[in-house]
Design a protein around this ligand. Sequence first.
Ligand code: MN
Length: 285
Amino acid sequence: MAKVLRLPDRGRLLVCTDLQGCLRDFERIAELFVQAHDEHKDAHLLFTGDLIHGPHLEEEEWPEFLGEYYRDASGAVITAYEALAAAYPGRVHALVGNHEHGHMGGPHTAKFAADEVVLLERLLGAAESRRMRQILDTFALAAIAPCGAVFTHGAPAARIDSVRDIEQADLSGQSYGSPLEVLDTPVVGKILWARSAAPAEARRFLRALGGTVSIYGHDVIPEGFERIGDEQMVVSTSFGVFDANKVYVQLDLGTRYRTVHDLRVGREILPLYPTHSPLRLGGHG
Ligand SMILES: [Mn+2]
């Protein structure tokens, strides 16, 4: 796996954050990507990690803070991702999230089960689990684009001096005494787990990668997105959010964004379900 995905300097890029096993939202962003690609032949789609591991709850057990009800379908999401990536070679991309990392040598997550890695691999069986891990091995740790956007799963808090610090990062867990030590590592631990970064940390991270704006998920923003300073934007496309507030990002890869304030509601920040959105942002898909 190439640790750093380099996106091109033309075309449009759709960005989807944490799905946590929500197949319906996967199918919706896939539909938007296919529409854009059919229309313009220039689209790319990027998932910023945590495609897998959602709640296994009945509707009456579902707490309000988890947003729109759904049932975990992690295995089906990975299968659908694989099919979409095969149908659009070189145009469908994903980053490792802390939940994927558990299947690749990282610490096992325990958000919705005592051990979500063991649970999902038990549900899938040995052969399907092996197949899933092969797909996860194609995921990158960060993505960079000439338009200035830098994508990671978590906040841009890692102390890096250049892109090589990410390219040389070890995701396997083999250099650690225990997978939990990953949490304390300066690059992988921060990229996969940090929920926030100070503006100075974000600026340093972006400077090292030649970028201007940092876009990530990992945390839930109930309103759909949040800008932090001039450099950071947290996006919630699916998990933890009600349909009306789910947003995705669509960038023009041929332009240059200077700050996150260049990312505008209705242009770059778009509702996943426009007919539900209180922002009345229809017209872009
Ligand atoms: Mn996460």
